[in-house]
Design a binder for this molecule. Structure first.
Ligand code: PLP
Length: 289
């Protein structure tokens, strides 16, 4: 079952006009929230990022936080599986094709939930390969836009190389990866690029930063040169679905000794423990927005 404009219905019955600006222009924004044991993880933060993306895209937010929460819970309840990835998007609505904003269009809201597939433990143990590419996307990567052709083309580079991710450099500096944020470790210090319009402010990125601060792991946000990524002791990617995942080679060259490193192992464990705590709390009432 999926959600379309206030109704929960079978996916085959969910129909959107071909004039929807999401279809015509990619004129919309989205979110993906991981749900563990039917409890959404960091829902308030995802809703805050959605609000920000909508405001930057100048699309009206059709629902209050409480409405979003109710609709998301309704959708979660209609699925047969417990761990879910809830995807939701808002487009500028249906209108005659014209680049300028339509006067009276209602935003279109679509949500679906799929089984959440996190990397299995044996893959986490092994880590994954990455390749690099020039970051040729637009300059507003902080907006979680549904116009993902740039990310799609860049992800395909690693897909065709049989690698997990494409790590992106712009003007000789690390930005992020095609569908995740990037952290490196150098001499025991965790580093990641600061938030800017060139990267998506990841919810997992924030969780990693909080866990590092709580557990006394040194972490700094700073501009990172391409050669510092290639020469790093460890490289990780983070996202709601990949969680924290170690990259063990870049363009065929080993990162560190070619195995997930000790700082990664520590952070992975902390992340899993933190998730367990949230799941044990397991109460919907505890999910604030
Ligand atoms: C380009 C990009 N960067 C970073 C992320 C990670 O964001 P989050 O941790 O909120 O999933 C994503 C997630 O989809 C992404 O597409």
């Amino acid at each position: 079952m999926v959600f379309l404009n206030g109704k929960v219905l079978p996916v085959d019955d969910a129909k959107v006009s071909v004039l929807d600006r999401g279809f015509i222009f990619g004129d919309g924004v989205y979110e993906l929230v991981p749900v563990y044991s039917r409890v959404p993880f960091r829902l308030a933060e995802h809703l805050a990022r959605l609000e920000r993306s909508l405001a930057e895209a100048r699309i009206r937010n059709p629902y209050s936080r409480e409405q979003w929460r109710d609709y998301i819970f309704q959708l979660i309840d209609r699925q047969s599986f417990d761990d879910q990835g809830v995807y939701f998007q808002v487009t500028r609505g249906v209108a005659k094709r014209d680049h300028a904003f339509p006067k009276n269009a209602e935003p279109t809201v679509f949500m679906m939930s799929n089984p959440l597939v996190n990397p299995p433990p044996e893959q986490v143990e092994r880590g994954g390969a990455a390749v690099s590419a020039q970051d040729n996307r637009w300059l507003r990567c902080d907006i979680k836009s549904i116009s993902l052709i740039g990310n799609v083309l860049l992800r395909q580079v690693s897909a065709e190389a049989g690698a997990t991710e494409t790590i992106l450099f712009r003007d000789g500096r690390l930005t992020e990866a095609s569908a995740s944020n990037v952290f490196i470790v150098r001499r025991g210090v965790i580093q990641s690029p600061p938030k800017s319009s060139l990267i998506l402010p990841g919810i997992t990125y924030d969780v990693v930063a909080e866990l590092a601060a709580t557990h006394g792991l040194p972490l700094e946000f700073k501009e990172i040169a391409e050669q510092d990524v290639r020469g790093a002791d460890e490289v990780w990617v983070t996202s709601s679905s990949k969680e924290v995942f170690a990259i063990i080679s870049l363009d065929g060259a080993k990162i560190g000794d070619g195995l997930p490193g000790p700082v990664f192992r520590r952070m992975y464990r902390l992340y899993q423990e933190f998730k367990q705590q949230v799941m044990r709390a397991g109460k919907r009432e505890a999910v604030s927005v």
